[in-house]
Write a new protein. Structure first.
Length: 186
């Protein structure tokens, strides 16, 4: 079984990227599970808090769930032509202490997808993640790109992805990403 930890980069209720992650989970191929994680409860990074109190419980829990998975799927919004601060903040916490970087991120396969109501997709946000992933020593999958545009029109009231073309592209992405993760495990 291939285990993917999926992390949507928004806190908003009804987030398009949380919906995209739910669709990715539903469309994952047989033999692949996707666990939806959350940024909720992760405070702003503060080295003084870390020194005085250690890692927040939400960070410890996220780390454990990522370590238990075979790979990480970052489902990123795009804010002001880059990655969301709340998302980057969570990764910053997850990289503390520095000795944990290899255990949590090192050589871990990672995929990037994203949804936006805009017409440009999440190309710039996904590109902005690349130096971060390189610094963390991750193994990004570049076999397929998925930028979901006009996403506010592609989900129904219950959050279900209803656009068949997007469903097909996401299904292909998940199948090929799972194959990449399996090859990395081998």
């Amino acid at each position: 079984m291939i285990a993917i930890a999926g992390l949507p980069g928004s806190l908003r209720a009804g987030s398009l990227n949380a919906r995209l992650l739910a669709a990715a989970r539903a469309l994952a191929p047989e033999g692949c599970s996707v666990e939806a994680l959350s940024l909720r409860g992760v405070p702003l990074y503060d080295a003084d808090v870390e020194a005085a109190e250690g890692l927040p419980a939400a960070v410890v829990s996220l780390k454990a769930r990522i370590v238990a998975a075979d790979s990480l799927l970052l489902v990123t919004p795009e804010y002001n032509n880059s990655l969301p601060g709340v998302f980057k903040n969570t990764i910053d916490w997850l990289s503390r202490p520095p000795a944990d970087i290899v255990r949590v991120f090192g050589e871990r396969p990672v995929g990037l997808i994203g949804a936006t109501p805009g017409v440009a997709g999440t190309r710039l946000a996904q590109s902005a993640w690349l130096p971060v992933l390189r610094t963390l020593g991750m193994r990004p999958w570049f076999g397929r790109q998925l930028y979901v545009t006009g996403a506010h029109k592609l989900f129904d009231e219950s959050g279900e992805l209803t656009d068949e073309g997007t469903r097909d592209r996401l299904s292909t992405y998940m199948r090929e990403f799972a194959a990449f993760v399996a090859a990395c495990r081998a």
